[in-house]
Structure formats: C-alpha cells, structure tokens
Design a protein around this ligand. Sequence first.
Ligand code: C2E
Ligand code: C2E
Ligand code: C2E
Length: 89
Amino acid sequence: PSPLGPTPKLVIDLERLAQLPKEKAGALARYAATIQSQRGDYNGKVLSIRQEDLRSLAVIYDKSPTELTEELISWGVLDPEARRAVEAF
Ligand code: C2E
Ligand code: C2E
Ligand code: C2E
C-alpha cells in the first residue's frame, strides 16, 4: 500500500462548479447533473464520481485525464489530492 494512504476519491465541488462560466464548465455540469439524477442524490455540496467517469469527461474535453485533472484543480472544482487518484489509472 502507498505510504500516502489509499487512493483518494474524485470529489467534485458542486458549489464551485455552479459559479463557473458555462463555456468552461457546461459539459461537466451536465455530466454531474446526470449522475445526481441517476443516484437521486440532489442535496450534496459535493459529488464523488467514478474514475471511469473522469476518463469519459477527458474524451469530452479532448484532453488527457491528467490534463483535465489539472484544469479542474485550477478551477477549484477538484482538490489537489485528486492527482493521486488519476496517477492510479
Ligand atoms: P449500477 O452501476 O448498476 O449500480 C447499481 C447500484 O450499485 C448503485 O445504485 C449503487 O447503490 C451501487 N454502486 C455501484 N457502483 C458503486 C460504487 O462505486 N460506489 C458505491 N457507493 N455504490 C455503487 P445508484 O447509486 O442508485 O445508481 C443507479 C445507477 O445510476 C447505476 O447503476 C449507474 O447506472 C448510474 N450511476 C450512478 N452513479 C454513477 C456514476 O458515478 N457514474 C456512472 N457512470 N453511473 C452512475
Ligand atoms: P467521505 O467519502 O469522505 O465523504 C465525506 C462527506 O462528503 C459525506 O458525508 C457527504 O457529506 C459528502 N459526500 C461525498 N461524496 C458525496 C456524494 O457523491 N454525494 C453527496 N450528496 N455527498 C457526498 P457522509 O454522507 O456523512 O458520509 C461519511 C462517510 O461515510 C464517507 O466519507 C464515506 O467514508 C462513508 N460513506 C457514505 N456513503 C458511502 C457510500 O455510498 N459508499 C462508501 N463506500 N462509503 C460511503
Ligand atoms: P466508494 O463507494 O468508496 O467505492 C470505491 C471503489 O470501489 C469504486 O471506485 C469502485 O472501484 C469500487 N466499487 C464500490 N462499489 C462497487 C460496486 O457496486 N461495483 C463495482 N464494480 N465496483 C464498486 P469508483 O468507481 O472510482 O467510484 C468512486 C466513488 O464514486 C465511490 O466510492 C462512490 O462514492 C462514488 N460512486 C461511484 N459510482 C456510484 C454509484 O453508482 N452510486 C453511488 N451512490 N456512488 C457512486
């Protein structure tokens, strides 16, 4: 096991996401809304997503998962800890 502990989760900050301009964050916001609807999980301030979903989002944004993760960290939507979740791919 890693000395840093288990692989961290990918946790989207939904309040931060809602503050971002649609041109940037629209696709991610729609994706997150779909997951919330599938789970019936509407009241959270955050949403834990699957690693697999970050791969799908990277295709949508035409970036590598690593590049998309850096962008989402720079927007404040993902915690810098998320880097370790993506390294584990
Ligand atoms: P599913 O993939 O067939 O999962 C059925 C149920 O198994 C989920 O119901 C949830 O209770 C549990 N489950 C599956 N994978 C996980 C997991 O990694 N962690 C946890 N905590 N539970 C898990 P739920 O939440 O009502 O979701 C219903 C359906 O909505 C899922 O069916 C799936 O098709 C979709 N869904 C929900 N959340 C996500 C997501 O984050 N990503 C994707 N791609 N689909 C999701
Ligand atoms: P955690 O995963 O560190 O999550 C901490 C808190 O962040 C959760 O407290 C919840 O308020 C919020 N949170 C994280 N992901 C989501 C999300 O996708 N939707 C929403 N609405 N909120 C989210 P909470 O609910 O009291 O859970 C405390 C701890 O219990 C979690 O810590 C986790 O360790 C465990 N837990 C709760 N639900 C699940 C689950 O579905 N699967 C697993 N494996 N653990 C869970
Ligand atoms: P988690 O619930 O703590 O699950 C951690 C990892 O355990 C998941 O990482 C997945 O690899 C595995 N896992 C847990 N439950 C299941 C399951 O029912 N089926 C399968 N095939 N694998 C399972 P992953 O997929 O990256 O998901 C990360 C986190 O996203 C989950 O943490 C959970 O908080 C959330 N999540 C993912 N899918 C669902 C879902 O369908 N419903 C809900 N409510 N939460 C989900």
